[in-house]
Design a protein. Structure first.
Length: 495
């Protein structure tokens, strides 16, 4: 009994001692449990939040894709509706008689009157102070139908456009080295196989220069398909075409110019986004505080690529697209840096003169060309310099007047003639009259007048083998559209 009692007392004492000890530790145990529970809750909540955020992102991405798909479907529907709308019939141009060998090569009185601006209101637009986006482009069709430039020039333009329309591929492009597949027989004059985007841009500019658009004139389908091709080859950054050619920026600038003009001429909403993206890529590729050459911000600049970029930017501005004013400042500073005291413009630096591929130097010596001077003059006009008041433009025009277009093999440079015609038209006066007479004779007299090649030009000259027949035909057709393609700036041609 005593043993049992002692054992019981010992057991009770041990249990009580243990219980007391546990109760003493209870606050710290509870704190530990609460702490671990809180930490677990935080981590669980973070993981749950991540899952929620990810789910929201997936949902938003899915919705965005769906919205984009719906917008694209809507655009296609709008485009189909635009094409299917009833069109207002307009009088067709009179049929052009075949040229005979006894055509009088001299300029008519009508030909010599092209020194006066076509539309005084539109003339303000080239300086960027016109009466509305796109109004600078909209006198083109009227100018063509009004016969500006003379009958021979207008006939040559129509022939050139007809050949280009026949040479277009089914997918809308102008194939630099494969255009013959679209014609009814051999028509030699292949260009560089990587230049299809640029060739397409040039050909479209020739149609747009005469006032033909996707919804006006007899070449609607030709222009529509060409613009659709440009839209399809634009990459996410806005660059037209792939970048396989080392000088792909040439092609991009020409395509961007064509798309900006197409939007400026028509105001068609579906062209706006594509045109703006093209201009955005021009901004992106420019060297900081300077100009352009090959590639994106390579640190190198040249006046040739810069000339095309400036034309694209100015046309975009006139069309109402977003253009940074700093871009023009950088381009002007570069053009100034390569212009010498005589008005001559260099390629990458002052005094470097016109350039040639090495194997073309002997056949087409650069001293017979002032191509880059003409580029610089045109760029200055597009950057709002008044030719009547600009010393570099006036000095440059003196140099060009000494090297008039002539179809003599060592002196043929269609690139020079294209920019020279743009520049001298803006200068006006006697120098323009001399240039205009020589230009018309050189170009019109040597246009193909029969067979599959009728309307085109043989691609000879300093850059003939690079550009080929498509390039030659587009450039020379645009030379003969100069009378209405861009209005004259205010103050020129009145001396």
């Amino acid at each position: 009994m005593n043993i049992q009692l002692q054992a019981s007392e010992h057991h009770d004492e041990s249990f009580n001692d243990v219980l007391v000890e546990q109760l003493k530790k209870a606050p710290w145990l509870m704190i530990s449990l609460l702490f671990h529970a809180a930490v677990f809750g935080i981590f669980w909540n973070m993981e749950f939040s991540k899952r929620v955020v990810q789910e929201e992102k997936d949902i938003n991405a899915s919705l965005e894709e769906k919205v984009i798909e719906e917008l694209e479907e809507l655009e296609e529907e709008l485009e189909e509706e635009e094409i299917e709308e009833e069109e207002i019939e307009e009088p067709e141009l009179e049929e052009i008689d075949n040229v005979t060998e006894d055509v009088d090569d001299s300029l008519t009185e009508d030909d010599s009157l092209t020194d006066q601006p076509f539309d005084n209101k539109g003339a303000l637009d080239i300086l960027g102070v016109g009466t509305g986006a796109g109004s600078a482009f909209r006198g083109r069709g009227k100018g063509r139908k009004g016969g500006r430039g003379g009958k021979r020039a207008n006939r040559a333009v129509e022939w050139g456009l007809e050949w280009l329309a026949n040479a277009q591929s089914p997918d809308g492009r102008w194939d630099s080295d494969g255009y013959e597949a679209n014609l009814e027989g051999p028509c030699p004059g292949k260009g560089h196989p990587l230049y299809d985007p640029g060739q397409t841009g040039l050909a479209l500019l020739a149609f747009l220069g005469a006032g033909y658009t996707h919804n006006e004139g007899k070449y609607k389908d030709t222009v529509k398909n060409g613009l659709k091709y440009l839209k399809e080859i634009q990459d996410p950054e806005g660059c037209f075409g792939d970048r396989l050619a080392h000088n792909f920026t040439y092609g991009h600038s020409v395509c961007a110019l064509a798309m900006a003009e197409a939007y400026g001429l028509t105001g068609f909403p579906l062209f706006k986004r594509t045109a703006q993206k093209g201009i955005d890529f021009i901004h992106q590729s420019r060297n900081p505080y300077a100009a352009w050459r090959y590639g994106v911000q390579t640190g190198e600049n040249d006046s040739s690529v810069t000339g095309w970029m400036v034309m694209a930017l100015k046309s975009a501005k006139l069309a109402g697209l977003n253009v940074s004013p700093d871009t023009f400042k950088g381009a002007r500073d570069f053009i100034d840096s390569v212009t010498d005291e005589y008005g001559a413009v260099g390629y990458t630096q002052r005094g470097s003169g016109s350039v040639r591929l090495e194997h073309m130097l002997e056949e087409y010596p650069p001293q017979y060309s002032q191509a880059l001077t003409a580029v610089g003059m045109t760029s200055r006009v597009f950057m709002s310099e008044d030719p009547a008041k600009s010393e570099p433009i006036q000095k440059g025009s003196e140099l060009l007047a000494q090297l008039l277009p002539t179809w003599d093999k060592p002196k043929i440079d269609m690139y020079y003639w294209y920019y020279g015609t743009l520049a001298m038209f803006q200068v006006g006066g006697e120098r323009w009259n001399k240039w205009n007479g020589a230009m018309q004779k050189a170009i019109i007299d040597h246009q193909e007048k029969e067979g599959v090649a009728k309307g085109s030009w043989e691609p000879i000259g300093a850059w003939g083998e690079e550009g080929g027949r498509v390039c030659a035909t587009a450039l020379l057709t645009m030379c003969l559209e100069v009378y209405y393609r861009y209005d004259k700036v205010l103050g020129t041609g009145r001396k």
